[in-house]
Design a protein around this ligand. Structure first.
Ligand code: NAP
Ligand code: G4F
Length: 322
């Protein structure tokens, strides 16, 4: 039975990856940080099938202990301060966790067992003010937020440990991926939840920021397979994972409201509070390397994804009201 450690297991991707690895027969160790309330909502259905251990990307010795104790075959580093707007309010914390935290974990792997395979959750946010369209593994980075800058550091330190110490360490450059488990602050979930609340008569407006920015949105459940495939490849390499299709936030509103027979123009209010100091205007992946070398393909398209999220929020809210 192979063993995998997942940092960030309580997050959206961590929960899907844990399910995926359990189904593949892995012993899954989930690292969680200590908090005064339980943060296991996304993993409570699989809690009996995983081992949960406390640790924190701030704390070097907790990471060394973890790797020493479980001698994992694979480590998936998904933990991060992952919300872009927060990175302007907490740039130092974002750098500590999202950037330096990766070095701490790589050091733990290098010191304890350099045979361990390592996956780093890199981000399309690194492309920022894009240098070419679409973006592939060779597109230069131009990050536009402290989060993006931290992810560029994390990306290059992963490449550097691969080249310096011959570790099997790879970065998956993943474009935006969403699901009914997405945090409420991210725009897809904010919209699906807002649409459901409006449809159920709980509110009559949805306040958003920039409606013109464009993203390549896919389904998180599909993307975790890409992470695993990268670690099964014969050679450690970085891959872009995305759909190759882009939509604006406005398109997203139109689709989500239409799904419940409403017109977004009657409810969406643009609020400058949600504008960013620097925006990433356009992201679109060129995932051809992953298609060819990993045989990875996204299964769920944009329309199905957004409809799935709206339906899930309608169901959840209806149960709460009952
Ligand atoms: P998420 O839902 O925000 O989950 C982040 C996870 O990191 C949570 O489990 C969180 O724990 C944990 N965490 C935060 N600070 C930590 C610390 N100091 N020590 C240990 N754990 C810590 O993020 P996600 O959407 O699943 O994304 C997973 C990873 O992929 C992140 O690194 C993100 O930056 C990256 N990424 C995401 C996307 C996307 O579209 N989703 C795209 C590209 C890259 P708590 O539950 O305690 O908060
Ligand atoms: O959903 P978002 O907050 O995601 P963003 O900034 O693209 O970051 C996500 O994807 C990255 C991959 O590219 C990850 F690395 C990162 O961890 C995270 O998962 O915003 C998407 C777009 C932005 O252009 C934003 O300005 O939606 C626009 N937007 C418009 N109104 C809004 C809002 N975003 C949020 N969160 N809230 C709004 O009201």
């Amino acid at each position: 039975m192979p063993t995998a450690i997942i940092t960030g297991i309580t997050g959206q991707d961590g929960s899907y990856l844990a399910e995926f690895l359990i189904a593949k027969g892995y012993h899954v160790i989930g690292m969680v940080r200590r908090s005064s309330t339980i943060t296991f909502q996304r993993i409570k259905h699989i809690q009996d099938d995983i081992t949960i251990i406390q640790g924190d990307l701030h704390d070097q010795s907790s990471l060394v202990d973890l790797v020493e104790r479980y001698q994992p075959d694979e480590v998936y580093n998904l933990a991060a301060q992952s919300f872009v707007p927060t990175s302007w309010n907490q740039p130092v914390l974002t750098g500590e966790v999202t950037a330096l935290g990766v070095t701490r974990l790589l050091e733990a792997v290098r010191l304890v067992n350099p045979e361990t395979k390592f996956y780093q959750a890199s981000s399309s946010e690194m492309f920022g003010k894009v240098r070419e369209v679409p973006q592939n593994e060779n597109t230069p980075f131009y990050p536009r937020s402290p989060y993006g800058v931290a992810k560029v550091y994390a990306h290059w330190i992963t490449v550097n440990y691969r080249e310096s110490y011959d570790l099997f360490a790879v970065s998956g450059i993943l474009f935006n991926h969403e699901s009914p488990r997405r945090g409420l602050e991210f725009v897809t979930r904010k919209i699906s939840y807002g649409v459901a609340r409006i449809k159920l008569g709980l509110t009559n407006e949805l306040r958003l920021g920039n409606l013109e920015s464009r993203r390549d949105w896919g389904y998180a459940g599909d993307y975790v397979e890409g992470m695993w495939l990268m670690l099964q490849h014969s050679i450690p390499k970085d891959f872009v994972i995305g759909t190759g299709v882009t939509h604006s936030v406005r398109d997203l509103c139109e689709l989500a409201f239409n799904h419940v027979d409403l017109d977004y123009q009657d409810y969406v209010v643009q609020d400058p509070r949600f504008y960013r100091p620097a925006e990433v205007d356009l992201l679109i992946a060129d995932p051809s390397k992953a298609f060819q070398e990993l045989k990875w393909q996204p299964r769920i398209g944009f329309e199905d994804l957004i409809q799935m999220m709206v339906d899930a929020d309608l169901k959840r809210l209806a149960l709460e009201i009952d």
